[in-house]
Design a protein around this ligand. Structure first.
Ligand SMILES: Cc1ncc(C[n+]2csc(CCOP(=O)(O)OP(=O)(O)O)c2C)c(N)n1
Ligand code: SF4
Ligand SMILES: [Mg+2]
Length: 345
């Protein structure tokens, strides 16, 4: 008699991990973007997020194709190149109760989409914005993007003679309230960062170095697997304890910066870099600028603010999403318009 296959492991809302997966990736084998999709699947599964309560937003690029490869049961919008922030803003204002994950590329964000990116960051909209950062326009065959480091080399030998835009320093300065950098090859750090991001109320901006194996993984590239393995310098070690886990895990509180998240989860940042305080905005920007001058690649959570009002708070929006409010509540009656017209006569 054949034995029954073991039941699949389920998360705390009773779903197996397959419910969080998407279509088969058409990206190059070994592309860092594939590893990021895998961590997004793991994070949403482990945090027990309902797939139907997620909106996946993206622009154009290999990176922006990836929402097709995770969470097939979620809502998705693949926008025009660099315009994902405006589309996300509209969608979040229509329904701020959804979990919104935006996936962009360094070209999609820091080149064509820069104008949109800066305005998204200053609004502190509740969403997770991920830059899958390979320093090149992968989809259009590997030209330098604006995050390519000064002095880095293309395969053809062309040297980049412009300084890189540090999207983390920029996001912190502009108003994002959870900002970090990770590496697609660091499973543990990226997963903890994504899980903490899912507990944050406000804009999360994560720049994830994600090597392009086809156009930017050679000697002379500063976004290659080898370069990251040799130069990745974590500023803190991220420990995340979800609200539904046992919070009482032993640790040496003297070395840990502890942050209470909105949903009751606990974020513990073990200091690895002097006495780095992730709530000090000016110091966070200065640290990133100094790292750029010293050619250091810092990773970790650079900045967190759990107090700042979100765009939804600032607009005094009601809890019920605009999208599901009845017309009787969103449209003034004819008598109100008549009274207004009379008052203006
Ligand atoms: C308006 C417009 N301009 C240019 C393009 C061509 N284009 C497609 S993807 C891309 C760059 C993508 O680079 P990035 O965002 O870094 O994504 P990657 O492919 O590296 O993941 C460009 C310039 C386009 N699709 N639309
Ligand atoms: S071209 Fe580069 S970025 Fe695009 S799928 Fe291939 S490895 Fe990834
Ligand atoms: Mg790119």
């Amino acid at each position: 008699m054949a034995t029954a296959a073991p039941a699949p492991k389920v998360n705390y809302i009773g779903l197996p991990i397959v419910d969080y997966r998407g279509g088969k990736s058409t990206l190059c084998a070994g592309c860092g973007h594939n590893a990021i999709s895998e961590r997004i699947v793991d994070a949403l599964f482990e945090m027990g997020v309902e797939p139907e309560r997620v909106m996946k937003m993206s622009g154009i690029g290999c990176s922006s194709k990836t929402p097709a490869y995770f969470l097939s049961r979620s809502h998705a919008f693949n926008g025009v190149h660099g315009r994902m922030p405006a589309i996300s803003t509209g969608a979040i204002l229509a329904n701020h109760t959804m979990t919104t994950i935006g996936v962009s590329g360094d070209g999609d964000t820091a080149s064509i989409g820069m104008g949109q990116f800066v305005h998204l960051m200053r609004r502190n909209l509740p969403m997770i914005y991920i830059i899958e950062d390979n320093g090149v326009y992968g989809l259009t065959k590997g030209q330098f993007s604006a995050t390519a480091d000064l002095g880095s080399k293309l395969k053809t030998g062309v040297v980049n003679d412009l300084p890189a835009i540090d999207t983390c320093a920029l996001a912190i300065q502009l108003g994002a309230t959870f900002v970090g950098r990770s590496f697609s090859g660091d499973k543990k750090q990226l997963l903890s960062m994504l899980k903490a991001a899912l507990s944050h109320k406000g804009t999360v901006m994560l720049d994830v170095i994600s090597p392009c194996v086809t156009f930017n993984d050679h000697e002379g590239s500063t976004k290659s697997y080898k370069f990251m393995q040799e130069n990745d310098e974590p500023i803190n070690e991220i420990g995340f304890v979800a609200s539904f886990d046992d919070i009482a895990v032993d640790y040496d509180s003297g070395e840990v910066y502890e942050v209470e998240m909105h949903d009751g989860s606990n974020l513990r940042l073990r200091k690895l870099h002097e006495d780095y305080d992730p709530t000090d905005k000016a110091n966070a920007v200065r640290t990133l600028m100094e790292a750029q001058d010293n050619n250091e690649i810092l990773t970790g959570i650079f900045y967190i603010d759990t107090e700042k009002a979100t765009f939804i708070d600032q607009l005094n929006m009601v809890n019920e999403p605009l999208a599901s409010l009845p017309v009787s509540l969103t449209r003034p009656p004819k008598s109100a318009l008549d009274a207004l017209m009379t008052a203006l006569k």
